[in-house]
Write a protein that binds this ligand. Structure first.
Ligand code: DOR
Ligand code: ZN
Length: 345
């Protein structure tokens, strides 16, 4: 039985750090294990311009614990007013690594997102020219479409037309949750990839709804049927370059989740790597964890693999059930399976 596993330091290609007191409280949880993370721009107000991204990056760096080795990679929030030249300049300077598309109303702080996709065509064409990835929250917001179908419908109604109209556009289907999403990405050529979260690899919709409603399992896209979770696990452990880790760790204070109208988001920064090691080991695929967590994303984003390494040891991880913040406690995601792997400090 394998007792230790050393891999290149991982990256988190989809992370919510928030701002202010929440940022200060959660940042160390990611910086401890991850060398870099693509920082989501859905603040209030969102990170829309290069100047916004530069200022947010400074606030993140200022909040880092002393001695931390962590690089925030910034993304911009696509709006119908986004200026293509500002995007191109920010990408050219290496300030931003992606632009995030939120369909308006799809999720937390997405009100400034895109309603009319024709109005962002100029920016998207510019991104295709310069090779800057478009990260998409892949759900339609049409009230007629069932919430469990919103990802699959997005692929045919929104993503396929955008990609067909924009050859060369590089796309990351964020937090893919369905068999259809996995198949779409697999068949999509070299310009498309997908991130997969630790929580969608762990839970299906029964975890969310059977025996009582579990607000800490509520996220968007919502967890689907078990066969979809199985498809995600198969993609993650496959070693295929187009699938990589994006935790979508998304802290909300407990009072905002344990509510009559609870917020979407699972806070997985403290245990994401322990969860992955557990799942990969169960599938006999520990040897492909490094590809998923440390190699494939860097290759897609055309960045070098991190120089540092981390070691996972067979030892139950220790982390608090909740992280205290000035805005209240934030519950750490419970994967609903015992964990046996820790990141050695
Ligand atoms: O569960 C989610 N939480 N999904 C998202 O798309 C946004 C995120 C958040 O910002 O809380
Ligand atoms: Zn997210």
């Amino acid at each position: 039985m394998c007792e230790r596993l050393t891999i290149a330091r991982p990256d988190d290609w989809h992370l919510h750090l928030r701002d202010g007191a929440m940022l200060s409280a959660v940042l160390a949880e990611s910086a401890r294990h991850f060398a870099r993370a693509l920082i989501m721009p859905n603040l209030l107000p969102p990170v829309v311009t290069a100047a916004d991204a530069r200022a947010y990056r400074e606030r993140i760096l200022a909040a880092l614990p002393a001695g931390a080795d962590f690089t925030p990679l910034m993304s911009l929030y696509l709006t119908e007013e986004t200026d293509a030249e500002d995007v191109a300049r920010a990408a050219g300077e290496g300030l931003i690594h992606a632009v995030k598309l939120y369909p308006a109303g799809a999720t937390t702080n997405s009100a400034s997102g895109v309603r009319d996709f024709d109005r962002v065509r100029g920016v998207i064409e510019c991104m295709a020219e310069i090779g800057l990835p478009l990260c998409v929250h892949g759900e339609v917001t049409d009230p007629e479409v069932d919430i469990f179908d919103r990802e699959a419908v997005f692929l045919e109604r929104v993503l396929e037309p955008i990609r067909a109209a924009t050859p060369g556009l590089r796309v990351v289907l964020e937090h893919v949750t369905t068999e259809e999403g996995v198949a779409y990405v697999r068949e999509g050529g070299a310009d498309i990839a997908a991130t997969i979260t630790a929580h969608h690899l762990s839970i299906n919709r029964n975890h969310l709804l059977v025996g009582g409603i579990r607000p800490h399992y509520y996220c968007l896209p919502v967890a689907k049927r078990e066969r979809h979770r199985r498809a995600l696990v198969a993609a993650a452990i496959s070693g295929e370059g187009r699938f990589f880790l994006g935790t979508d760790s998304a802290p909300h204070p407990d009072h905002a989740k344990e509510s009559a109208c609870g917020c979407a988001g699972c806070f997985t920064a403290p245990n994401a790597l322990s969860i992955l090691a557990e799942i990969f080991e169960r599938e006999g695929a520990l040897g492909r964890l490094e590809a998923f967590a440390s190699l494939n994303g860097a290759a897609f984003y055309r960045l070098p693999v991190n120089g540092g390494r981390i070691t996972l040891t067979r030892q139950p991880p220790e982390y608090p059930e909740k992280i205290e913040t000035e805005q209240g406690a934030v519950t750490v995601f419970d994967p609903a399976i015992p964990l046996h792997w820790s990141v050695a400090e």
